[in-house]
Design a protein around this ligand. Structure first.
Ligand code: HEM
Ligand SMILES: CC(C)=CCC/C(C)=C/CC/C(C)=C/COP(=O)(O)OP(=O)(O)O
Length: 300
């Protein structure tokens, strides 16, 4: 059977558990869970209880994974066009869309049950809203509608530190919103760097990503502006007294390095620098949250 015919088939074929795991975008969800764990640990002076750490993160991971599975189903057609996504389990037809949807529903139901019964309803509803924001608003609508798709859609992906925080305290806190704001400002440089590297594929798939609609230079300028905003926003935990000097030093070093990438990108318009910037964005976010945590326990 041709790959296109297989992709339209209603039966999963030669499927392994690894394909189902791939549908959940495990590495993306892992970084989200790092931010939600740290949101939980920052919410209280000591340690939160093991129950909330275990069930809060489990529930958030299950719902984020479910959102990612829906993304594979909705994007089945465009995923077959782009080289980066062509081998995905739904795009190749190894997993039939109906099976993927049943998987997504099971994950989402499991996640909601865990959050409602073991954590709190505020966290359950906020996490469900994030799922709808990414799988429904971003994937179904914004992605194909506007080059600002990832700016607006980025809010869903930025929610995990708040979800971690509300899991522990049961209420929305200004400090948790600062962490959301950091990821919100980080998302455009994170994604647009990759979009420059993969511009031709997005153009072929007819997806209006910023480099496709407005060109590389315009995108690079916006990466630089968002990186400057990210640097400013990343200092707010120090400015508001939430974090200390250790965090300030870490945020400055990490942020200035990000800025260096953004300037190099604008100067050189080089695909390899774009890919390096994308990769650095991931290390940046991971390191920034680890520094927040270390500062929380060793603050001076
Ligand atoms: C709307 C918001 C976002 C968009 C459009 C976006 C887009 C992307 C894309 C297209 C990739 C490449 C995936 C691949 O290689 O197949 C990627 C990778 C990645 N993203 Fe994002 N991202 C967003 C938000 C986030 C958030 C909030 C996080 C975590 C907090 C995150 C963490 C990652 C990680 C860890 C990878 C590397 C995955 C891997 O190595 O397989 N992203 N992102
Ligand atoms: C409940 C909760 C916290 C939900 C968050 C959901 C989630 C997994 C967001 C991931 C963000 C992401 C990888 C976007 C890329 O999508 P894309 O379709 O543009 O990229 P692709 O082409 O690689 O699929």
């Amino acid at each position: 059977m041709s790959q296109q015919a297989k992709a339209l088939s209603y039966k999963s074929e030669n499927v392994s558990w690894r394909d189902f795991l791939e549908l959940t975008k495990p590495r993306v969800v892992a970084l989200m869970i790092l931010t939600s764990v740290i949101g939980m640990l920052l919410a209280v002076p000591d340690l939160p209880g093991w129950r909330v750490l275990l069930f809060g993160n489990l529930g958030i991971a299950l719902l984020a994974g479910a959102a990612a599975v829906v993304n594979h189903v909705v994007d089945q057609k465009i995923d077959t066009i782009m080289a980066r996504t062509r081998k995905r389990p739904v795009a190749t037809g190894r997993i039939a869309p109906v099976d993927a949807l049943l998987f997504a529903i099971s994950l989402a139901l499991g996640g909601m049950l865990v959050l409602v019964w073991q954590v709190n309803t505020l966290t359950a509803w906020l996490t469900l809203a994030s799922l709808v924001g990414y799988a429904g608003v971003y994937t179904l609508f914004l992605k194909r509608a506007t080059p600002q798709n990832i700016v607006i859609g980025g809010l869903a992906g930025a929610m995990p530190p708040l979800l971690g925080w509300t899991s522990v305290t049961g209420q929305v806190d200004g400090h948790a919103l600062l962490l959301v704001l950091i990821i919100f400002a980080w998302t455009p440089p994170h994604f647009w760097a990759l979009a420059i590297h993969r511009k031709e594929e997005y153009a072929e798939a007819g997806i209006p990503m910023l480099p496709v609609t407005h060109g590389n230079r315009y995108t690079e300028l916006h990466i630089l502006l968002y990186t400057l905003m990210l640097l400013a926003v990343s200092l707010l935990p120090f400015v508001t007294g939430m974090s200390g000097y250790l965090y300030l030093a870490g945020a400055l070093v990490l942020g200035l390095r990000f800025l260096h990438y953004a300037v190099r990108l604008l100067r050189g318009d080089d695909r390899r620098v774009a890919l390096a910037t994308f990769k650095y964005s991931i290390s940046y976010l991971m390191a920034l949250f680890v520094v927040l945590l270390v500062d929380h326990y060793l603050s001076f």
